[in-house]
Design a protein around this ligand. Structure first.
Ligand SMILES: Nc1ccn([C@@H]2O[C@H](COP(=O)(O)O)[C@@H](O)[C@H]2O)c(=O)n1
Ligand SMILES: C[C@@]1(CO)OP(=O)(O)OP(=O)(O)OC[C@H]1O
Length: 159
């Protein structure tokens, strides 16, 4: 059995707006998130966790921010690409665990929907996808509400 673990980390800064997209879910907020794509920081971290497990570089290598093709892109494109790459190499995804780091918005009320959406994109069951959150106790850039950070872990297996 060939078991692989990968991690992903991403940050997007806040900008003017009235919602953020997190793990595929539109969450009302008094700010937006700035990015070349839809700035879905949680989905980007999950995507990089899969690329990491495969030793296949990172999201920016597969989808360069300099490429206008990805301007405003919905991030399910990136996650699905990583899943398809895993499948091509003979790997199944065991689970994905995402932690969103922000003071606001509150993630708890949206976490079940996020898990469901991520599961649909990846072809996993919702019980294989975890989305959770923490504040940083008002410390650092997330604590000052300058942006949102996300970390993710993915486990892949090839039998
Ligand atoms: N954006 C967030 C941050 C936190 N939560 C939930 O609150 C709990 C307590 O957060 P601490 O940072 O004080 O540990 C946390 O465990 C989450 O359940 C949230 O929903 N959204
Ligand atoms: C997703 C990409 C797509 O161009 O752009 P951003 O939305 O800026 O997101 P980031 O997390 O900085 O990853 C880089 C890019 O691959």
């Amino acid at each position: 059995m060939d078991l692989r673990l990968g991690n992903g980390f991403d940050v997007h800064r806040f900008c003017e707006g009235d919602h953020v997209v997190l793990c595929g879910v539109n969450v009302p907020h008094d700010k937006g998130l700035k990015g070349h794509s839809d700035a879905d920081v949680g989905m980007h971290a999950a995507t990089d966790a899969i690329y990491g497990a495969l030793a296949e570089g990172d999201i920016g290598q597969h989808f360069p921010p300099s490429d206008p093709q990805w301007k405003g892109a919905e991030s399910h494109i990136f996650l699905r690409h990583a899943v398809d790459l895993a499948s091509q190499k003979g790997y199944s995804i065991c689970n994905i665990d995402v932690t969103l780091i922000c003071e606001k918005p509150k993630i708890g009320p949206h976490a079940a929907r996020m898990r469901k959406v991520m599961a649909q994109i990846t072809g996993l069951n919702p019980d294989q996808v975890s989305v959770k959150a923490t504040t940083s106790e008002q410390l650092g850039f997330t604590g000052r509400e300058e942006g949102i950070a996300a970390i993710a872990t993915a486990a892949l297996v090839r039998t």
